[in-house]
Write a protein that binds this ligand. Sequence first.
Ligand code: FAD
Length: 478
Amino acid sequence: MFTESIKNELRRIVGEANASFSKEDLLCYSYDATNKVSMPDGVVFASTPEEISGIMKTANAAGFGVIPRGAGTGASGGSVPVEGGLVLSLERMKKIIEIDAENLLAVVEPGVVTWEFQQEVEARGLFYPPDPTSLKFSTIGGNIAECAGGPRAVKYGVTRDYVMGLEVVLPTGEIINTGVRTVKGVVGYDLTRLIVGSEGTLGIVTKATLKLLPLPETTKTMLAVFPDVKDAARAVSEIIKARIIPSTLELMDGVSIKCVEEFAKAGLPADAGGLLLIEVDGAVETTEKEAVIIEGICKDSRAISVQAASEKNEVKNLWKARRSASAALFRARPHKINEDVVVPRSAVVELIAGVEEIAERKNLLIACFGHAGDGNIHVNVMYDRSDPREAKAAPEAVEDVFRLALGLKGTISGEHGIGTAKAKYLGMELGPAAIDLMMRIKNVFDPRGVLNPGKIFLQADMSPASGARPAQGAPVRH
Ligand SMILES: Cc1cc2nc3c(=O)[nH]c(=O)nc-3n(C[C@H](O)[C@H](O)[C@H](O)COP(=O)(O)OP(=O)(O)OC[C@H]3O[C@@H](n4cnc5c(N)ncnc54)[C@H](O)[C@@H]3O)c2cc1C
């Protein structure tokens, strides 16, 4: 609990109406998409970097944690106040400050919703590709902090590839600018890249300069249905091998298709073993040519049908179905652990086959869907917490999935980040020297450990007793 004097100081900084300590409000800021719940002691809605700077200085002096938060759609616990403290909501900083069509860039505040930003730039014939499936809710600040990717990453890359520069409030309260507004720039260390993907642990993004592209002339959407998900995975590898890079290449297995169809009623073939949602974009002539080649590859990979969506509504429905996959899976079992492993694209079939083997061995339902075109598959381990056998087997299966992905030269997280959900697995992928260097970087930025405590690194490793370089003067948690 905050003392009255801390509460008053926070009210003074952001204004009485923009700070709350009521239980009802705090509950709304206690969780993210992992469904991990932990109550904060307060929530503030900031409007300027100066206010945030004041909050961070107060936090350092009083020794409480500050947890930045966008829309709370994060899938690794990043915005959950696991140790209590102050949730710093960026949701009211939602101005699109500038769209510079001449220089193909935009400057935005962190609370801008990804989809709304995309609509604004597309109205001007411009294009901001990063499209996490949560884009109708997630914020640009959250996307930057997690280096979000989405279906279009297969062709266009991830958020990191579109961040040219940032305004950042450091954990100690200083306000810095990183990066450039130019196409090139190599002055000093690349702090922009360090902040992108740092999960709100190194600084609070208060402004972002984003790269834009010209809007592609046309987009063609296709649905390919397969008897077995491994056939769909094989088609993914064959399409890439044919040197065609679709703008999206999304996969769903049989369990996902069935759940999504029951949930969204989008007209998917509920009894299919797998499907691919494929888009190609660019000049009309090129997209038509690529679509014909892709259709042939899918048929050679045993596709039962390959259909192009002809109406705008049909395309909208297909995407609605794809975006509902995560939520729809709860029809199968009441709980799930949603992982986002990535493997080289040529190994997607081996990943899917390996996951099937783990599901059988652990006697669990595991559903796979996701961005197969870039090798990033959401492996959803479904279970029921009240069933002791399933509750024990589910985390064991997750560890097996990580081992499988790493064995295929992949990574344990392509886009969700580490947060609290994967902190204990960090050492499976990174060596001790790399983890130690990361912890030392964290300590340089945040010597008192007040920004987003309890994330990425296990607290035991960050503590002075661990031998790893500890935070200087660990903050007194109130
Ligand atoms: C249905 C669903 C589908 C999803 N699909 C995808 C997908 O396709 N690709 C993908 O990459 N992710 C996906 N996600 C995960 C999530 O939506 C992304 O990580 C997204 O970028 C989080 O944005 P947010 O605004 O909700 O951030 P939050 O959840 O509020 O925060 C996420 C992290 O960012 C930090 N943060 C937030 N704002 C700032 C800021 N201004 N400065 C510094 N740190 C900040 C927080 O402290 C936290 O650590 C999905 C989630 C759901 C629920």
